[in-house]
Design a protein around this ligand. Structure first.
Ligand SMILES: Nc1ncnc2c1ncn2[C@@H]1O[C@H](COP(=O)(O)OP(=O)(O)O)[C@@H](O)[C@H]1O
Ligand SMILES: [Mg+2]
Length: 397
């Protein structure tokens, strides 16, 4: 079918043509924000899940919906090697400048901008990657202690007061939160605790890999009370079918039930894979309706495409030792495995493999669903590892 009209969008952060199966979470976000705007208590939302399940696009959708309703938002993405204050400061500045244009909020927003100036100046020594335009002179004593936990609290408090003055709410959307160092996470949690205690309308919507939940708990033991951690997983069958069928129908094309059955089965409902299969099924079909035969042809191409992109970029960042570790896990199957079983597979001691495992966790390749267990953060990565390192040569060195 016409490739120009292909509606599907495989790719990290690429908005899908139909965001299927996430209505309940969008509604939860909506309620949390409207409660915050009215000064009512509510929980922030931290969405956890594997790579490719749709955390980023869901965050982006929630943000767009919040903006439409007059909520002030900012979005940050924690990269592996930058500090939280450095990524937060410029985004907060933009949100506060916008807020300062609303007559009601002007004074409080300007005060928060003075707080931001003090914040950036005081923390520059410790976090030298902070680069932010300063619109006002600092107010002595406001967020300028040089201690992140204290200053971030004061800053978000001032920002929350500005949002309250403006009869709106401030929503922070933060992606890849698992990369934020624990001491900085702790400062963020404390700050949100503080604004919640004062019923200030500041809400965090975060997303991260499954290890985020444990990191938050270690950073601050009370984080379970402040946040909900909804798990974002594969789409239920009906939603996965809609993710394909609706865009196809909207493009004036048909797809058979049998074709949808195969897509659901092959992708296990993982959103990234659903997009990839949708795209190639569309390409393979000569005419409407897209048939089971088209999808079968598309499967081989979709797997090859994933191998070259989604899986490959992650594989290429690994050392030979890390690859062998993951290959041993793959040999054991897709689920979580005991460290001892993985070590046995490699003929090594558990302790000798500790550093490799730690590296793989920090690269976001694996996580520990419960103590002593190890699982992949990328769905179907076990099958990929068996394809890319076939045979048993990996066991020998
Ligand atoms: N609810 C959904 N329905 C259909 N496709 C989705 C859905 N959520 C995500 N996708 C698709 O899945 C892919 C991965 O989404 P992304 O948000 O980058 O995942 P994550 O951030 O969890 O790694 C994108 O191609 C996106 O279009
Ligand atoms: Mg993402």
């Amino acid at each position: 079918m016409d490739p120009i009209a292909n509606p599907f969008a495989p790719g990290a952060g690429a908005p899908p043509p139909e965001l299927a199966g996430r209505d309940a979470l969008r509604e939860t976000a909506h309620i949390a924000l409207e409660r915050a705007r009215r000064g009512l208590p509510g929980k922030s939302l931290l969405m956890v899940g594997l790579r490719g399940v749709g955390k980023t696009v869901l965050l982006d959708r929630m943000r767009a919906e919040a903006e439409q309703r007059g909520i002030y938002t900012l979005r940050i993405e924690a990269p592996e090697n930058r500090s939280l204050p450095a990524i937060l400061a410029p985004e907060l500045r933009v949100a506060l400048l916008r807020l300062s244009r609303a007559e009601r909020a002007k004074d409080a927003a300007q005060r928060a901008l003075r707080g931001l100036a003090g914040f950036a100046r005081a923390l520059k020594l410790r976090y030298d990657d902070i680069e932010v335009g300063l619109d006002f002179e600092p107010e002595p004593g406001l967020a300028d202690n040089g201690n992140l936990e204290h200053d971030l609290q004061a800053l978000l408090e001032a920002a929350g007061q500005a949002a309250r003055q403006g009869q709106t709410a401030l929503a922070l959307f933060a992606d890849e939160l698992q990369y934020v160092p624990e001491e900085q996470l702790a400062a963020l949690i404390t700050s949100l605790h503080r604004t919640a205690q004062q019923s200030l309308p500041v809400v965090l919507f975060g997303a991260g890999l499954p290890q985020l939940r444990g990191r938050m708990g270690r950073a601050k033991s009370y984080s379970e009370r402040l946040f909900d951690f909804p798990e974002i997983g594969p789409l239920p069958d009906a939603a996965a079918r809609m993710a394909i069928a609706i865009p196809v129908r909207d493009a004036g094309v048909q797809i058979t039930d049998a074709a949808l059955d195969i897509i659901v089965q092959e992708t296990r409902g993982y959103p990234y894979f659903v997009q990839e299969w949708g795209k190639h099924a569309w390409e393979c079909a000569q005419a409407s309706p897209i048939s089971a035969h088209d999808v079968r042809q598309a499967s081989a191409i979709a797997i090859a495409a994933l191998d070259e992109s989604f899986f490959r970029v992650r594989f290429d960042r690994l050392t030979p030792t890390e690859k062998r570790y993951l290959r041993a896990m793959a040999q054991l199957g897709p689920d979580a495995h005991r460290s001892g079983d993985i070590a046995a597979m490699l003929g090594r001691e558990v302790t000798a493999l500790g550093p490799t495992r730690a590296q793989l966790i920090s690269k976001g390749m694996i996580y520990s669903p419960s103590h002593g267990d190890t699982a992949f953060t990328v769905p179907l990565f076990d099958e990929f590892m068996r394809r890319i390192m076939p045979g048993d040569g990996w066991q020998r060195n």
